[in-house]
Design a protein around this ligand. Structure first.
Ligand SMILES: Cc1ncc(COP(=O)(O)O)c(C=O)c1O
Length: 398
């Protein structure tokens, strides 16, 4: 067990019910009760790295927190991290600050398409992918991801090709993919990128989960595959998932093409979200500069938790589980329980006292599934798994 400067086991249980964590605060609204262990929102119940917290504390020794620029060192730290971890050599001028990856998706959609254009989104996917398209008055083309004979979700290039029309202008890629945990292979990304080039479809690639990947899988930024892909894509990156610091609201947008970058910048200037918050700049720089060791420990912890689920799953005859290749999200296929989506959600809330994300919220293909966030203390995960097994047994499912 490794203790932080405050004496806390960074991977042990931390009570978040008192810090207005969304996961806790919205329990009543979402689940109709506070009596659930919340395992939904994709942040971790794990202490943010000490280097981040110490960096912020040190910054607060200065008596003024005013308008501040993001330091060049901060960008360089992220460039170094991405080069080391994903073999993608970004240039400083390609990068700009954004307060949120979802906000960047919206900004890029508006910049690179017109109202009424079509945008491809895979189903199931992180819900704001749909809402960003709809709220910006573009049309959704929903590409269903389907499981192959081994249970691995695949996109189907032929089906996708047939879905494209002259009005299709953008593809939103989630890489690695939330909620199914796929880490897209080079072949898959190459096929997708080539199809997009053939049809002059720009790619907006949300790579926020890129640092949570399990061996032997490797995240490949689609923009790193070829010069043509680089010129045809917008890559969204951030420390929020990697270092559990979503509350700092800081991320970056990487656009190598001068033409795309200028178009995006025009849209960004209409919103005027500026250069971000002083404390976030410091946190960002500290994470990418000094967070490497912490990240290695995190991955050991997540691997351990994933093993716990893999050991547990085969005994649950009505739940099918394929371990994610990336993300800390377990995607349970509960269709053998034979429940409708509402009843399935109720079952987990009322019988298992767990607040999970219902599969249907990720799109039609998510029906019959539940998503569990396993970035918690191992003891808490074990408790949750026992709650599920006991409630299945207690209700005649085993
Ligand atoms: C795929 C994906 N993109 C973006 C986000 C949120 O990013 P941000 O908080 O920077 O808007 C999440 C959070 O769960 C996510 O899973």
């Amino acid at each position: 067990m490794r203790l932080g400067s405050n004496g806390m086991d960074e991977f042990g249980f931390i009570d978040r019910s008192t810090s207005n964590a969304e996961k806790y605060t919205l329990r009543q609204k979402l689940f109709g009760t506070e009596a659930v262990q919340p395992m939904w929102v994709a942040d971790m119940d794990i202490a943010t790295p000490e280097c981040v917290m110490e960096g912020v504390k040190e910054r607060l020794l200065h008596p003024i927190v005013g308008y501040e620029m993001m330091h060049e060192r901060a960008y360089e730290a992220q460039i170094g991290w991405v080069r080391e971890h994903h073999a993608f050599a970004m240039k400083r001028e390609w990068l700009s600050y954004s307060p949120s990856v979802v906000a960047s998706i919206g900004c890029a959609i508006r910049a690179l398409s017109e109202e009424g254009d079509e945008v491809i989104v895979m189903d199931p996917v992180y819900p704001p992918f749909y809402s960003m398209v709809k709220n910006n008055h573009r049309h959704l083309i929903t590409h269903p991801l389907q499981q192959d004979s081994e249970g691995i979700y695949r996109l189907n290039i032929d089906v996708l090709r047939a879905q494209i029309t002259p009005k299709t202008k953008l593809l939103l890629l989630c890489s690695p993919h939330n909620p199914i945990g796929r880490v897209w292979s080079r072949d898959e990304l190459t096929a997708l990128g080539t199809l997009c080039l053939e049809h002059q479809i720009r790619i907006i690639s949300d790579e926020i989960h890129s640092d949570i990947v399990y061996q032997p899988h490797h995240h490949i930024p689609i923009a790193s595959i070829s010069q043509a892909f680089l010129e045809n894509s917008v890559t969204l990156l951030g420390p929020g998932k990697t270092f559990n610091m979503a509350g700092f609201s800081i991320s970056t947008v990487c656009i190598a093409s001068k033409e795309l970058r200028e178009t995006y910048e025009k849209e960004r200037s209409r919103i005027h979200w500026g250069d971000g918050a002083a404390l976030s700049h410091v946190a960002f720089e500290a994470a990418y500069t000094d967070g490497g060791q912490w990240h290695r420990r995190l991955m050991e912890h997540l691997n351990h938790n994933l093993c716990l689920i893999e050991e547990w799953a085969p005994d649950q005859s009505v739940i099918t589980f394929h371990p994610p290749e990336g993300t800390y999200l377990a995607w349970f296929d509960c269709r053998k329980m034979g429940l409708g989506d509402r009843e399935l959600r109720e079952f987990f809330v009322q019988k298992a006292a767990l607040g999970l994300s219902p599969g249907l919220s990720f799109g039609k293909e998510g029906s019959g599934h539940m998503r569990l966030n396993f970035a918690v203390a191992s003891e808490k995960l074990k408790e949750a798994l026992v709650k599920i097994s006991d409630s299945l047994k207690g209700n005649g499912y085993v």
